[in-house]
Design a protein around this ligand. Structure first.
Ligand SMILES: C[S@@+](CC[C@H](N)C(=O)[O-])C[C@H]1O[C@@H](n2cnc3c(N)ncnc32)[C@H](O)[C@@H]1O
Length: 722
């Protein structure tokens, strides 16, 4: 394969394919992988022999283990978003969707008999926000009785109200115990489902910008753009995405909080090492692994897994917590990696028992004995038995601890989840705490101190400046921070949006040095510091949440409108001049009349709202609504036209808000099973909305409704000023 091919951005390519498919929703994708999956014989003799030999589960559970592995994976999802929105959505899910299906019996794809669907709340997930259904994704997609549930999952995923994620994969962020002040590193982050959770935990305090941040890293440049997409859904100014081999992740620096004139090494309070693995615990979701499974996979990955974990321990602050996880059953990728690390670093890092954080979760304790094997399925009890030809593959560090050393390592504190435990995928999790510096960290520090003393005595002999690190891959646009309140476009933004004096304009940035600023992004001050101090040292792919978008409209004195993505971060700084406290019925009116070329006339609104906007300057504004009973608070970007008022939301968000308001959104809730001729004229005219609900991927957010300078179009807007 040529170099050009390897550099194809797979994510962008898939996006293009989906767009094409959205244009012709009736057409099936060329390669129907589903069919392919159905044809796969879910058997692999080597797999069975290997894991029977490793004793991954007691003999009496073996049949259940294998039977479960051959079944399709049930669907699981989490409800996300701010606490008040998540609570409101949870109530809707329970009362509208689950009550409908509670007593329903469905014949699943891979079962003979009809079964009850029975939604189960995952008992160990905080706030009762995570659910599992006894239905695979395909079951939900293909069954007409479930079209409303399917529409709900697709639309809410696009709006960021729901995240579809395998149940067991939700565990690592839960046990990492992230708090809003933590500096968090996700070493192998793409596609980003766990990163999303980390960000949600970071934003646990509603309406407050966290003082911590999440750095989400992946070695694969194209997969980094999946992270960009995830981050975009979450609207956080506290995330940065980097592209590096985490086994050799560079040491970073940050400003010392105690003395802002000096820098110090950046150590992370929380680190997630969700390392690349053979993935055989995802067989239920990825049946093609049955076809290619071999012992070689685990053996080959052990080394990189160990190096990533080791580097993670170095980057971890003393007192910090690190989670190592894989979706593999293989002890060579799991306990052997951990044993190797613990052997090397002594007592400075120790395993922690986190079972009390996971109430109701069934699992097996970590293994304390296993037998490395070569590709020809010969098992070894000691390295000396390994024939020379396999000695580069089966390494001495892969062997289990001696029985007399077991107490040193506490490997039983690891968590092994098998598919039959609670009808999920399999998973492995180990949680570490760092109690002191690693042995070589202490030595390095001493060496540095000695060097510093020596430097003082050789004042004249200055070393030449270090060469700038060369960073491979795609060239990213620069991160250009505002110099302060005098930055050319800032005074008009400040004036128009009545920005409070404590807003730090140096946290705004653009992605170009010269030319007209198009999109303006916002980061938290700690993220700004990390970017500015380290951008020559590590490749930063993306940071900042889009907050202002250029909009050269003759009816607006400021050339920038607000963007919904950045609104939760900037809203607290915007003064009363640009806020409208709208009534519920008026907000519903605005959302239901979302045709940008025909926005609702001011005369249609309540007297209350008409009075509020009477003397309101035209242009971008905030529409706010708070339900006094439920505490539900909605904040939307609006537009005051000369004679109209409208919301500036993307279609999935419109559906999300209408759902939360208990309003009618039926025109978007299309039953795709009905023949095209049955679909009402109204739905036909809302074709774009239908497509976004039923045909495009759940991960595909729609742009705002107009040509408004969104990332996808990158053009400035001329908004219809009706
Ligand atoms: C198991 S997946 C991570 C899944 C992710 N944590 C999630 O929950 O969505 C492993 C990821 O590690 C990345 N990876 C592989 N080797 C790496 C390395 N040396 N450094 C950083 N990332 C690496 C892969 O590109 C892949 O995206």
């Amino acid at each position: 394969m040529g170099r050009r091919n390897r550099n194809v951005n797979k994510f962008a390519q898939r996006k293009r394919e989906r767009k094409e498919q959205a244009k012709n929703p009736q057409e099936k994708p060329a390669a129907d992988t589903r069919k392919h999956y159905e044809d796969i014989v879910r058997e692999n003799a080597a797999f069975e022999e290997y894991y029977k030999n490793q004793k991954v589960c007691p003999e009496e559970e073996w049949l259940d283990f294998m039977t479960s592995l051959k079944e399709n994976l049930p669907t699981a999802f989490r409800i996300t978003g701010s606490k008040c929105e998540a609570d409101a959505l949870l109530n809707i899910v329970k009362s509208e969707y689950f009550s409908d299906i509670l007593n329903m019996k469905i014949k699943n794809e891979d079962k003979e008999e009809e079964e009850e669907i029975k939604p189960i709340s995952l008992p160990w997930y905080p706030g009762g926000l995570a659910w599992q259904l006894r239905l695979s994704r395909t079951d939900i997609r293909r069954n007409e009785l479930l079209y409303k549930l399917h529409n709900f999952l697709v639309a809410e995923t696009a709006a960021g109200g729901v995240s579809r994620q395998e149940a067991v994969s939700m565990i690592p962020p839960v046990v990492l115990k992230v708090e809003p002040h933590h500096k968090v590193l996700d070493m192998c982050a793409a596609p980003g489902s766990k990163t999303a959770q980390l960000i949600e935990f970071l934003h646990a305090e509603e309406d407050k910008v966290p003082t911590g941040f999440v750095m989400a890293n992946d070695v694969d440049n194209s997969r980094c753009y999946m992270l960009v997409h995830q981050a975009k859904r979450l609207n956080s100014p506290c995330i940065l995405i980097t592209n590096h081999d985490s086994a050799v992740m560079p040491s970073l620096i940050t400003t010392d909080e105690k003395d802002p004139t000096v820098t110090k090494p950046l150590k992370f309070d929380r680190i997630l090492c969700d390392v690349p693995c053979s993935g055989d615990a995802t067989l239920r979701k990825n049946p093609d692994i049955w076809l290619k499974w071999s012992t070689g996979n685990g053996n080959n990955l052990h080394g990189i897994q160990y190096r990533i974990l080791r580097r993670g321990c170095e980057l971890l602050a003393v007192g910090g917590r690190l989670v190592y996880s894989t979706c593999s059953f293989n002890p060579i990728e799991n306990e052997a990696v951990i044993h190797r690390l613990l052997q090397e670093i002594g007592e400075s890092v120790k395993l922690v028992d986190v079972s009390d954080m996971l109430p109701g979760l069934k699992f097996h304790k970590g293994m304390t004995h296993w037998r490395p094997a070569s590709k020809d399925m010969v098992f070894y009890d000691k390295y000396e038995d390994v024939p020379e030809k396999w000695q580069t593959v089966v390494r001495p560090q892969m062997f289990p601890p001696k029985p007399e050393d077991l107490d040193k390592y506490n490997l039983e504190k690891c968590i092994r989840i098998l598919p039959h435990h609670q009808d999920t995928g399999g998973f492995f999790v180990a949680v570490f705490e760092k109690t002191s510096q690693l042995p070589w960290e202490k030595a390095e520090e001493q060496k540095m101190e000695t060097n510093e003393t020596a430097e003082v005595s050789k004042e004249e002999k200055k070393e030449p400046p270090k060469k700038k690190r060369r960073m491979g891959g795609y060239r990213e646009d620069p991160f250009v921070f505002f110099s302060g309140d005098t930055e050319d476009v800032f005074p008009s933004i400040k004036e128009y949006y009545d920005l409070k004096s404590d807003f730090d304009s140096t946290c705004l940035l653009t992605r170009c040095h010269v030319g007209k600023k198009k999109n303006i992004y916002l980061v938290s001050s700690v993220v700004k510091d990390v970017v500015q101090k380290n951008e020559n040292n590590i490749k930063i792919i993306n940071t900042g949440v889009k907050t202002f978008v250029r909009c050269d409209n003759k009816n607006m004195t400021c050339p920038f409108r607000l963007s919904q993505e950045g609104l939760p971060s900037i809203s607290q700084y915007i003064g009363p001049k640009r806020r409208v406290n709208i009534l519920k019925e008026d907000l519903i009116l605005v959302l239901q009349n979302d045709n940008p070329s025909n926005p609702p006339d001011i005369k249609l609104f309540s007297e209350h709202t008409q009075n509020l906007v009477k003397d309101f300057a035209t242009g971008s504004c905030i529409l706010e609504y708070q339900d006094t009973e439920s505490n539900l608070k909605l904040t939307l970007v609006g537009w005051r036209g000369v004679h109209s008022l409208r919301a500036y939301t993307a279609t999935p968000d419109t559906v999300h808000y209408l759902r939360l308001l208990g309003a009618d959104y039926s025109k978007y809730d299309v039953n795709k099973f009905k023949k095209a001729s049955d679909v009402s004229d109204e739905a036909d005219t809302n074709n774009v909305a239908e497509v976004s609900q039923c045909s495009t991927s759940e991960n595909e957010p729609n742009g705002d409704k107009e040509n408004n300078g969104d990332v996808s179009t990158n053009e400035t807007s001329n908004i219809n000023s009706t």
